[in-house]
Each structure stands twice: as structure tokens, then as C-alpha cells.
Design a protein around this ligand. Structure first.
Ligand SMILES: [Zn+2]
Ligand SMILES: [Zn+2]
Length: 250
């Protein structure tokens, strides 16, 4: 099937009202996912460094949630904030270890030194080496310049993923399209595994990545590199992640 007609079975980046600036509940998000025929979503609230974000212990408290909500597998995760060029995150390892999937992102409004491309690249690369982090969120953001080639190299060496964020195709992150294209082509060239993500802040956005999928189709992006296209493939990645983490706790 053509990518532009596909919806990923698992959305790897969604927010609820717990993020402070999102407008739907987990049940509403899951119901929307079910209605679209999806099978899972990652619950990835913002960490506390964002105004009114979730507390740093959120990965621990998410253990109280059922595994399946409204027929949708809920993968407990987080979107940790990268705080500085010293690679600090706002979720400490003692809580990150409870995540099933963890994103780390730079959010421009709270990262004044974002013009430093070399430092941004070094930070992204170091964060990709953090065993608890699976993926960098929206690194195509042109207001946080970085070297995609260098990131891909480190991601591949450490078995990590890179995120293609649908908001980079919309007015939410204006001016991102040229860098998103370069990012996609870099991942394609090096056969880097990616996730396609809605970054939903409202239930109607869950799984809504058609503009991104259309772009991927135009750029002839290999479907097999999209880890969350099927739940089976995403679960296989999570198995890989478990082995990675077992190796550091042994
Ligand atoms: Zn983000
Ligand atoms: Zn987000």
C-alpha cells in the first residue's frame, strides 16, 4: 500500500492534559486511535521543565495505568526535555528506567543557546548514547540547527531511532519543511530507522500523520525503516531495547 494512505499502527508521540498545554484525556486519545483502526500509542507527556509539564516522577506513576485502554495498547513513555549543552534531562535515570519508550527533545522557547549547531549536534549525539533514551524528538526543527549525518551515525551505532514529527509539516513548526526533507533523505541514504509521530496535543491529532506520510512517499522512503508502521515491528524494537537495558543492569 502507498504510504500516503497508511496510518501507523502505533503513534509514538502523544500528549494528554497532564502535559499542561494539551487538551484531551488518555481515554479520549485511545478512543480516537481505536476509531482509526490503530493498535497502540505511546503516552509521552512533557517533563517538568516545560511550564505546567508533568512531574519528573511521571514514568513511575504511569505504572498504575492499565496496559490496554479502550482497546489500545498504551506504552508508558515520556518526552524528556534536554536542558542544556551538558546533556542534562529533566527526568532523572531513576524515573526514566520505568519508561517503555523515552523521547528526548529540545524545546526552543526554553533553550536560549539553540543557535550553536556544533553544540546542539554534540548534545543530541550524547543523549542518543543514553541507554534510557530511544529517540530524539523533532530534531529537524531549523531553529535548533544540527548535523543530521553525525546524529544518524551515533543512532545507528547505538541501535536508536530518529523521529519524523508531523508538526514539522504544519503551521505548528513553520519553516521546517526544507530541513525535514533533508532529515528524511539523510535517514533514507543511511537506512536509519525512524518513527512517524503525530505529537498530538488534541485527540483528533492522534495518528494523524498524512502530510508526513505523503512527503515520505514523494521521497520514496523505504517502508521497512518505519518502526511504528506496525505494532509487531514496534514490539520487536521494544524487545531489542529490553536487551540493551538488561546489558547495563547486569
Ligand atoms: Zn516536543
Ligand atoms: Zn511533544
Amino acid at each position: 500500500m502507498q504510504l500516503s494512505k497508511m496510518i501507523p499502527e502505533v503513534d509514538t508521540h502523544t500528549h494528554t492534559i497532564l502535559s499542561g498545554h494539551a487538551w484531551s484525556t488518555l481515554s479520549e486519545n485511545c478512543r480516537a486511535a481505536r476509531e482509526k483502526g490503530m493498535k497502540g500509542l505511546c503516552l509521552t507527556e512533557h517533563g517538568p521543565a516545560i511550564e505546567c509539564g508533568a512531574p519528573s516522577y511521571i514514568p513511575h506513576s504511569q505504572r498504575m495505568l492499565p496496559e490496554v485502554v479502550e482497546g489500545i495498547r498504551v506504552y508508558k513513555g515520556v518526552e524528556a526535555n534536554i536542558l542544556d549543552h551538558e546533556d542534562h534531562l529533566d527526568i532523572p535515570p531513576e524515573y526514566l528506567k520505568f519508561c517503555e519508550f523515552a523521547i528526548a527533545s529540545i524545546h526552543t522557547h526554553m533553550f536560549p543557546e539553540r543557535d550553536m549547531a556544533e553544540a546542539n549536534t554534540a548534545t543530541y549525539c550524547n543523549i542518543l548514547k543514553n541507554p534510557y533514551i530511544d529517540i530524539i524528538g523533532h530534531a529537524d526543527d531549523p531553529s535548533v540547527p544540527c548535523d543530521f549525518e553525525a546524529m544518524v551515525q551515533v543512532a545507528q551505532a547505538h541501535g536508536k531511532l530518529l523521529e519524523l514529527n508531523n508538526n514539522s509539516t504544519t503551521a505548528h513548526r513553520p519553516g521546517s519543511l526544507p530541513s525535514l526533507k533533508r532529515y528524511i533523505l539523510c535517514c533514507k541514504e543511511h537506512r536509519q530507522r525512524v518513527c512517524v509521530a503525530s505529537d498530538a496535543h488534541f485527540y483528533t491529532m492522534v495518528g494523524s500523520v498524512t502530510p508526513l506520510m505523503t512527503l515520505l512517499e514523494e521521497l520514496d522512503f523505504p517502508q521497512e525503516l518505519i518502526v511504528n508502521l506496525t505494532k509487531e515491528r514496534f514490539d520487536a524494537y521494544l524487545k531489542e531495547r529490553k536487551q540493551r537495558l538488561a546489558a547495563i543492569t547486569d
